[in-house]
Design a protein around this ligand. Structure first.
Ligand code: UD1
Length: 310
């Protein structure tokens, strides 16, 4: 049976991969994206895809859309994802990252719409600068930016609605996701997209700090697979899951991996550590693996496929 799927932020990096997967499965997909960060070029031509260039903050539009389609799956991926942006525009980003999502939940509740699954994209940023590693979902959080505060609060809203009403939801905390279609154009873009772009253009990569900071880099296709599992596995409902690989590597190691995937040498310029940077990050993914998840891409496989896609 074909499904009807809403992907807010579907023209963005992660969203466009979710869209692609559902179209490949023959499902009907509706994307709402204001193209503030997403790109139309990220979306394929497909008769089963309907695109609306709209902000999720247009609550009348969103309410009408939800009623009209009565979606089976709802992906809440639209966000102001640049942390720097949310610090500069805390109220505007709060309206997108939190209020608009609450309005969607309210539309579902009030109109008695009951999707099979709601998937909310939270972030490793919720853990903040707490030093304990690896990060566990039942461990402490200390959201320290407007972005992280809204992600954490919205995660709680979504899961609370899941518990109170028949609105089965799963929240996922993405770690450092990388892969095709990640936009390298902002200094706050994912570092691997900035590195691949520097390798492509033979331009200088600015390395902030000593390069020994670690991250849990997860390939976007593993993220899509984790989200698919969250659609299907009822045991995941009402819960939050780290989405990562459970292993971390230093930035210098990641650079080496991309150099070897590309056969090119990166030109580095060392700069002081970025203010507020987290030194070490790694996820405990045992909660997700206990649900049946196995990451399919180790770093070298992900880096190779990413480079090939460019
Ligand atoms: C990620 C988020 C960030 C958020 C943080 C909290 C992304 C893209 N960034 O940051 O907004 O505050 O999680 O969980 O999702 N680096 C360089 N040169 C560059 C760019 C980055 O050396 O041109 C370094 C950074 O200083 C950092 C590392 O690379 O040490 C990774 O940076 P980034 O990809 O931004 O990820 P996070 O720091 O994890």
């Amino acid at each position: 049976m074909n499904k009807t799927v809403l992907v807010t932020g579907g023209a963005g990096f992660i969203g466009s991969h979710v869209v692609e997967r559902h179209l490949n499965e023959g499902n009907t997909v509706v994307v709402v994206d204001d193209l503030s960060m997403g790109l139309l070029a990220n979306l394929p031509e497909n008769d089963n895809l309907t695109f609306f260039e709209k902000s999720i903050t247009d609550t009348t539009f969103m309410n009408d859309l939800l009623v009209k389609y009565n979606f089976d799956y709802i992906y809440l991926l639209a966000a102001i994802a640049s942390v720097a942006d949310t610090i500069e525009r805390p109220y505007e980003s709060h309206q997108v990252n939190q209020e608009a999502n609450i309005a969607i939940l309210e539309s579902l509740r009030i109109n008695n719409l009951r999707p099979q699954r709601i998937l909310f994209s939270s972030s490793a940023a919720t853990y903040g600068t707490l030093p304990d590693l690896p990060k566990r979902e039942d461990g402490p959080v200390r959201p320290a930016t407007a972005y992280a505060i809204d992600k954490y609060a919205t995660e709680r809203f979504v899961l609370t609605y899941s518990a109170l009403y028949d609105l089965p939801a799963v929240a996922v905390r993405f770690f450092n996701v990388y892969g095709p279609r990640q936009n390298p154009k902002s200094p706050y873009s994912g570092v691997l997209s900035i590195i691949t772009s520097a390798l492509q253009e033979n331009s200088v990569f600015r390395l902030f700090g000593d390069g020994l900071q670690t991250r849990d880099f997860v390939y976007v296709k593993d993220v899509v697979a984790a989200l698919k599992l969250a659609e299907e596995n009822d045991q995941m409902v009402g819960e939050v899951f780290n989405v990562a690989t459970g292993t971390s590597r230093t930035l210098l190691d990641a650079i080496k991996g991309l150099e070897s995937a590309s056969g090119k040498k990166l030109t580095l310029k060392k700069e002081p550590e970025r203010l507020g940077d987290i030194k070490y990050s790694e996820a405990d993914i045992s909660k997700l693996t206990s649900m049946g998840y196995t990451p399919m891409y180790d770093f070298n496989a992900g880096a190779a496929e990413y480079w090939e896609s460019l």
